[in-house]
Design a protein. Structure first.
Length: 435
């Protein structure tokens, strides 16, 4: 078997970590149990190439895909997010993995290429599972004829969905795509509650700074920004939000957060986190004006929310420890940059907790099954981007309720009819409902 990881001696530790982690991934485990109890392997024959953070939670997703009949090959979607023990453990389980923490950008693309082909050239995926859109774009651009044979792709994150929609608009998306990110049980849980816990975990592991009393600036008040702002508030920080969207700005204000232009607060901020998924959020026009000693980090998918390219050319870099750098600007000010501007929760910590990732990965698994079982139908057309159906979204939530001790009431037929539902079992909300 071909693979490349950092250290296979970490495999046994990884296997123990997986056992602990998967005990929290209740819904995903239950989904697999239900299929196996019926003797079904809904992904039998599927060949899945995955490009998603190679950490301990992702092992649960990979196990689920294999348990449901798929063959898989895997790389990480971020050069810093791999857990080397997790990567080694999956190789020991017989899964080709190409990922290690701290790879170069060139090695990153090499790893993606290696997940597409076996050494004999006989294996090529018929499904893609992506996080951020790099894998999808790579296959579309480098292997356009092969891409036309792929059944579809499921995309995990906001940035990747933006790229899918752009490719679809330009006529460059050569396969059907399911947008997992905008499932309610992904975006309203992973993006809010996951970031609410994992963002501060990354900052604390990296710096051990005291948050209470500090001035924290959250750039962006979408779902990710909402979780980060709540986290800072809960720790006793003075929280400011920056926004371009007037709706999000009013939401932030009515949640008790001051909304200011970044240029008007950057000289007072002790901690700044970017959450937008956009580029050039913290840019050269404001970087020289930071408060010296500011902790600067990002929890969006790519490293261009903070202009790290400008910082590499205009600051003296000193590594304090892996993924923590002291940057000295020409004016003498100091920035503590985390994870080189990449995802702080994965670069400096372990990412979201397993339970919330179980919700995301149950959606991913359902999306892969949905694409595969409809491979011979016209339900999903090439070049189009689809969302998870509402009934499946609700089923993901339902699978996770028992783990939290949740007891659900049940509508009567009269109540269901009164509010216009087709069934007492849902779907309970229209597609337009925003939760």
């Amino acid at each position: 078997m071909d693979y490349k990881v950092k250290d296979m001696s970490l495999a046994d530790m990884g296997l123990r970590e997986i056992e602990l982690c998967e005990s929290e991934m209740a819904g995903l485990t239950e989904l697999v149990r239900q299929y196996r109890a019926k003797g079904e392997l809904p992904l039998k024959g599927a060949r899945i190439t995955g490009c998603l953070h190679m950490n301990i939670k992702t092992c649960g997703l990979m196990d689920a895909l294999v348990d449901l009949g798929a063959e898989i090959r895997w790389s990480s979607c971020n050069i810093f997010s791999t857990s080397d023990s997790s990567a080694a453990a999956m190789v020991k389980k017989g899964i080709p993995v190409f990922a290690w923490k701290g790879m170069t950008q060139e090695e990153y693309w090499w790893c993606i290429e290696k997940t597409l082909w076996t050494e004999d050239g006989e294996w090529f995926p018929n499904l893609l599972l992506d996080d951020g859109g790099d894998l999808t774009a790579y296959v579309n651009e480098k292997y356009p004829e092969k891409a036309k044979e792929i059944i579809g792709v499921s995309e995990e994150t906001t940035t990747g969905v933006h790229r899918l929609l752009e490719m679809a608009k330009e006529g460059k998306l050569l396969m059907p795509a399911i947008n997992v990110n905008d499932a309610v049980t992904k975006s309203k849980f992973d993006n809010i509650y996951g970031c609410r816990e994992s963002m501060l975990d990354g900052i604390m592991r990296a710096t051990n700074t005291m948050v209470a009393g500090k001035i924290a600036v959250v750039c962006g008040y979408g779902d990710v920004g909402k979780g980060c702002a709540q986290s800072f508030k809960g720790m006793g920080a003075q929280v400011y939000v920056t926004e371009v969207d007037p709706i999000c700005a009013i939401q932030a204000s009515m949640s008790g957060f001051a909304v200011k232009k970044l240029e008007n607060i950057i000289d007072k901020a002790d901690i700044i986190v970017t959450t937008t998924g956009n580029c050039d959020v913290v840019h050269p026009g404001v970087l020289p004006n930071v408060k010296s000693g500011v902790i600067l980090c990002n929890i969006g998918h790519f490293d261009n929310e903070i202009d790290t390219a400008w910082l590499r050319e205009n600051a003296k870099w000193t590594e304090i420890k892996p993924q923590v750098h002291k940057l000295e600007l020409a004016n003498g000010k100091v920035i503590i940059l985390l994870a080189e501007g990449r995802l702080v929760n994965l670069g400096c910590a372990a990412g979201h907790p397993p339970f919330v990732m179980s919700m995301s990965f149950t959606n991913q698994t359902i999306a892969q099954i949905e694409l595969w079982k409809n491979r011979d139908t016209n339900k999903y057309e090439r070049g189009k981007v689809y969302t998870i159906p509402k009934e499946l979204d609700e089923e993901v939530a339902r699978l996770h309720c028992p783990h939290l001790g949740i007891e659900l009431d049940k509508l009567t037929e009269k109540q269901a009819k009164y509010i216009g539902l087709a069934s007492v079992d849902g779907p309970f909300k229209s597609d337009a409902y925003r939760y």
